[in-house]
Design a protein. Structure first.
Length: 367
């Protein structure tokens, strides 16, 4: 394949370098003169010559004076979506059937060409960049025939360019769609992981509340012992007051103050009950937060999956039945622990009331 570098004008005033790709090894040169077109001659040979192939068109327009020729050579080439054209001045000498052409400004890298000339044909041997030579067959032609061939070449390049644009647009659209699908599937996977983690917390956290509520009976037992001590001390003061109506030098009243101290201890025990309940309430708040998180995560997962129902994450999240069972179990713990708290609070308040009543009775009897 012959390749000639051609500098052409693309648009107005913009210079660009393109490649003129010559005929392939099996690509014949073609030319033609439309019916009615006139081929001008001088010196027994035509003045206008045309050679064309799938990717090039060559046109020579010379004036012959004796064995000397001078004129122009026009070159048009297309490679895929690129198209270029150039016209260069030339001169030459004819000797028998041999011809030598010179391109003073260069036809790409070519400055000279040789060939054979007859009354009906012209063969030019043009060198390639790799040193090989291709023979281009010219037949008599006209500028109109050249223009028609160039237009066809240009249309082919435009069609190729349009096809490339459309292919590029399709590829870009496909890439965009694939990016959207990947982002969607990534969102689904993240939503699934969030739901798995939320449900795992909902299954785990109720154990803390169940464990902490078990401390209430022990705290209440201490309070009940202190309440019993208060009641016993109160009975002792009343008995002592009955035995020593004169107060036994203030000892009975002093013992009555001890009953008040015992009552304070019952109240102090209530602080421990309240402290334990604070811990339990924090546990219950965590469970409720877990329940809300599971509900939200389940909804987020359903919303994300709706955009690509066919996508399944590597680890599937719990189904609706499992989530419902975990919510029910958590609610059962909340109910049970809350009931235990309520009972402990009420019992502690009753113990405080009773202890204070015992202290009042002791002070009334002994002081």
């Amino acid at each position: 394949m012959a390749v000639i570098a051609v500098v052409v004008l693309v648009g107005i005033g913009i210079t660009s370098t393109v490649l003129f790709t010559g005929k392939t090894a099996h690509e014949p040169s073609a030319s033609g003169v439309a019916g009615g077109d006139t081929v001008h001659r001088s010196g027994g040979t035509p003045n206008e010559w045309l050679s064309s192939g799938a990717s090039y068109v060559l046109f020579i327009d010379w004036t012959r004076v004796g064995n000397d020729v001078s004129g122009n050579m026009s070159v048009a080439g297309a490679e895929e979506s690129q198209f270029g054209a150039q016209t260069v001045a030339m001169s030459g000498t004819i000797s028998g059937n041999s011809i030598t052409l010179t391109f003073p400004a260069g036809l790409g890298a070519i400055t000279n060409a040789t060939g054979e000339l007859t009354a009906v044909s012209l063969t030019l041997n043009l060198p390639n960049n790799d040193g090989t030579i291709d023979a281009y067959e010219f037949t008599p032609g006209t500028i109109d025939a050249y223009n028609v061939a160039v237009q066809a070449l240009q249309s082919g390049a435009s069609a190729t360019a349009q096809a490339q644009i459309e292919a590029s647009a399709s590829a870009a659209q496909l890439a965009s769609q694939q990016a959207v699908i990947a982002a969607t599937d990534n969102t689904i996977a993240k939503a699934a992981a969030a739901l798995i983690n939320a449900d795992a917390a909902l299954e785990k956290d109720p154990a803390a509340a169940q464990n902490d509520v078990q401390a209430l009976p022990a705290v209440r037992a201490t309070q009940q012992r202190d309440l019993a001590s208060t009641a016993a001390a109160q009975r002792a003061v009343i008995a002592e007051a009955a035995q020593y109506p004169d107060g036994n030098n203030g000892q009975v009243c002093s013992d009555a103050y001890e009953v008040t101290s015992d009552a304070y201890q019952v109240t102090s025990d209530d602080y421990q009950v309240t402290s334990t309940e604070y811990t339990i309430n924090a546990d219950l708040d965590t469970i409720r937060s877990d329940q809300a998180a599971v509900t939200q995560a389940a909804q987020d997962y359903k919303n994300a999956q709706s955009y690509d129902p066919a996508f399944l994450p590597n680890t599937a999240p719990p189904g609706d039945a499992v989530l419902a069972a975990d919510q029910t179990a958590a609610m059962k713990v909340i109910t049970q622990v809350t009931a235990a708290e309520t009972a402990a609070t009420a019992a502690s308040a009753q113990a405080i009331t009773q202890a204070n009543a015992d202290a009042d009775a002791a002070n009334k009897a002994g002081c």
